[in-house]
Write a protein that binds this ligand. Structure first.
Ligand code: CMP
Length: 225
């Protein structure tokens, strides 16, 4: 529809009058004005036949982690309920070195890069993938984050916070012993990467067994177990 108006200052009133006339004209001839519309259908989503639910996937992933081996089936299922899913896009920073933090992450899908600043430059320490975890150091010891973790691709994670972890450890304190071994290994890798002489094995109190014992002691105090 095209029309011209000479009284420009009046065009809003004229436009509205024309639209009113068109509306009545259409109504008389049974023509509907096609308003933008959409139909929204709500229905309960069902997992595809044979597809594994996130809870089952998480349960299977936890079974694959040494740390959770001491848990009974019931304890493991209770632990699953403590995690929540979280998504990051490729390039997003999940953990910042030096920041406080008390959550533990398990990778459901995708890849992350672990790096640490050395001499002012980030140096890659590891790449972690589906079924692997990170963030246990700050969670278990209360120390600042030891490294930066960035999503190397889109990643789906399961996250557990300190309260959730406390319940799991309280149910089975043996977990703390295994955790301290893994923590000691990663801590050692960090120290070696940094060439940190204060953490070398030949320094009294820094051989792997003593490091593990110290970490275990700290975990027990931090979690009161
Ligand atoms: P946290 O210190 O809580 O946050 C950074 C995380 O990076 C750390 O816990 C570990 O989970 C992870 N991390 C540190 N060093 C290494 C390493 N050498 N290999 C794999 N992961 C590491």
């Amino acid at each position: 529809m095209r029309y011209w108006v000479s009284a420009y200052e009046d065009y809003r009133r004229i436009e509205s009058e024309i639209q009113r006339l068109v509306w009545y004209h259409f109504r008389r001839h049974g023509i509907e004005i096609p308003f933008p519309s959409r139909n929204v259908y709500l229905h309960e989503a069902r997992a595809a036949e044979g597809a594994e639910s996130p809870a089952k996937r998480l349960e299977r992933a936890l079974r694959g982690i040494d740390l959770f081996r001491p848990l009974s089936d019931d304890e493991l299922r209770a632990a699953v309920g403590r995690f929540r899913p979280l998504h990051y896009s490729g390039g997003e920073r999940i953990i910042e070195e030096g920041a406080p933090g008390d959550s533990f992450f398990l990778i459901d899908n995708g890849e992350v890069q672990v790096s640490k600043k050395m001499g002012g430059f980030p140096r890659e320490l590891a790449r972690l993938m589906e079924g692997q975890f990170f963030g246990e150091m700050a969670l278990l010891t209360g120390e600042p984050r030891a490294a930066t973790v960035v999503a190397a691709s889109d990643v789906d994670l399961f996250v557990l916070d300190k309260n959730g972890f406390q319940d799991i450890i309280a149910a089975n304190p043996e977990i703390a012993v295994d955790m301290s071994s893994i923590l000691a290994e990663r801590r050692e890798a960090l120290s070696q990467a940094q060439g940190d002489v204060t953490h070398r094995f030949d320094t009294p109190g820094n051989n792997p067994a003593e490091l593990k014992a110290r970490i275990l002691d700290r975990i027990r105090r931090y979690f009161g177990v």
